[in-house]
Design a protein around this ligand. Structure first.
Ligand code: HAM
Length: 420
């Protein structure tokens, strides 16, 4: 038997109904902030990601699904959404003399080691705001992420960490200081960190290796080397969050695994999901648009991991079942009845009922069994006798009420009266 690719999960009913519910809640919420949906391809030129996410990142070094297409061009399944979103916005002139508030959702692909909460195909819901220098928009974007928890009643399950990475100059200067510090303690570093020492020393701060924690805790802090504008930006951001009573912790080691960030970075984590604790993360990336060929445009955004969000909801609200149940199961006992039913179900559906029309023949008993199993409230029964007399039977599947025979022509109106 051919099975799904490792790390790629099927989403089956009734779980898919849960996904639909969350996706529509999220899209309604971001729409109320004036964000508009953008859809961009799952595949982009590899260079887009190596330039934006960064050559020295785990994503680009180890995790991308990259292949040559038939013309020999190197293409990559998108490992994240920000780069593709920015590419599309530049390509279609959306950033020319205007600001944009955009959102997207869909699958991403990373060849990571699969485990609970970490997949090779996963889904994000993301927002990106372009053309605002901030920090007002940083506050908006973070408060929007906070509104998601509020809407889903998860406020108590997540905590916010923020940091500032400063501007490019400040970061370059800090990188030198950090490199010197870690070089002094090189013998204590693990293999990954030693490799990063020359390529991307900031990422050592992100290491989860317990042996390195003391060394990391004692390292010089970027926040002490920030440029004055970034300090002011960060202070205004904190004031805005305070005003909104959004609790946060400043984590000076929060650097994020993608290279495009500058100034604000943030992450929402939970202690309910084990090691894969980050449910939502983002930040400002003022240099990205220029890096991939656009005119310099400040930008900020975040992406929420939908698998992790849904896992969290399932842990906190285990009894919430989302099932789409039909209102009517239409039993039809021969070909003529089926033909008549075809017309009637259309009318019922147009009137807003969710109707399953029985297919596959079979006797009354068998069809009623299926009707019961479907969860429908009513079964409509049409057979030879009913057709002859121009009637239809309505059977109540969930209440102790005698079945009724009504005129076929009255069926829709009757249902509307008893179950509007
Ligand atoms: P990221 O931190 O790589 O950021 O991913 C954002 C979120 O996606 C994570 O917090 C996590 O919930 C989820 N996620 C990431 N990898 C996986 C995986 N393998 N399996 C399941 N869930 C996963 C970004 O992708 C940035 N583009 C976010 C951003 C938007 N920054 C600015 N705008």
């Amino acid at each position: 038997m051919i099975q799904a690719v490792r790390g790629m999960k099927d989403i089956l009913p009734p779980e898919s109904a849960k996904w639909q519910k969350i996706e529509s809640a999220l899209s309604a919420l971001v729409a109320s902030y004036g964000y508009l949906e953008i859809r961009f391809p799952l595949i982009e030129c590899t260079e887009l990601f190596s330039r934006s996410v960064g050559e020295e990142t785990d994503i680009v070094e180890k995790e991308m699904y990259t292949f040559l297409d038939r013309n020999g061009e190197s293409l990559t399944l998108r490992p994240e959404g920000t780069a593709g979103c920015a590419r599309a916005a530049i390509e279609h002139g959306l950033l020319y003399n205007q600001t944009q508030r955009l959102w997207y959702q869909g699958p991403l692909f990373r060849h990571e080691r699969p485990q609970k909460g970490r997949y090779r195909q996963f889904h994000q819901f993301g927002v990106e705001a372009f053309g605002f220098i901030g920090p007002d928009i940083d506050i908006e974007v973070i408060s929007l992420s906070a509104a998601i928890w509020k809407k889903l009643n998860l406020e108590k399950q997540v905590t916010l960490q923020i940091n500032s990475l400063g501007n490019l100059d400040a970061r370059t200067h800090y990188k030198k200081i950090l490199t010197t510090y870690f070089k002094q303690h090189e013998s204590l570093l693990d293999e990954d960190s030693r490799r990063r020492l020359n390529s991307n020393p900031l990422r050592i701060l992100d290491s989860k290796n317990p042996m390195l924690q003391e060394l990391i805790n004692n390292s010089p802090k970027l926040i002490n080397y920030l440029d004055p504008e970034s300090i002011q930006h960060f202070e205004l951001l904190c004031q805005g969050l305070d005003k909104l009573k959004i609790a946060y912790k400043i984590n000076t080691n929060l650097v994020r695994g993608l290279d495009y960030y500058s100034r604000t970075v943030f992450e929402w984590t939970t202690d309910k999901l084990g090691t894969q604790s980050a449910v939502c993360a983002g930040g400002r990336y003022d240099g990205l648009v220029e890096t991939i060929g656009g005119t310099p445009t400040p930008a900020v955004g975040f992406a929420l991991g939908l698998e992790r969000l849904i896992a969290l909801l399932e842990i906190i609200y285990p009894d919430e079942k989302e099932e789409i149940i039909p209102s009517i199961y239409f039993v039809n006992l021969d070909n003529k009845a089926f033909a008549e039913a075809l017309v009637l179900v259309e009318k019922l559906r147009e009137s807003g009922y969710r109707v399953i029309l029985h297919c596959g023949g079979g006797g009354l008993k068998n069809q009623l069994k299926k009707a019961d199993k479907s969860g429908a409230r009513f079964a409509l029964i049409l057979g030879e006798e009913e057709l002859k007399s121009g009637s239809i039977i309505i059977k109540y599947l969930r209440e102790a009420r005698e079945q009724e025979k009504i005129a076929l022509s009255e069926c829709v109106n009757y249902l509307k009266r008893i179950s509007p």
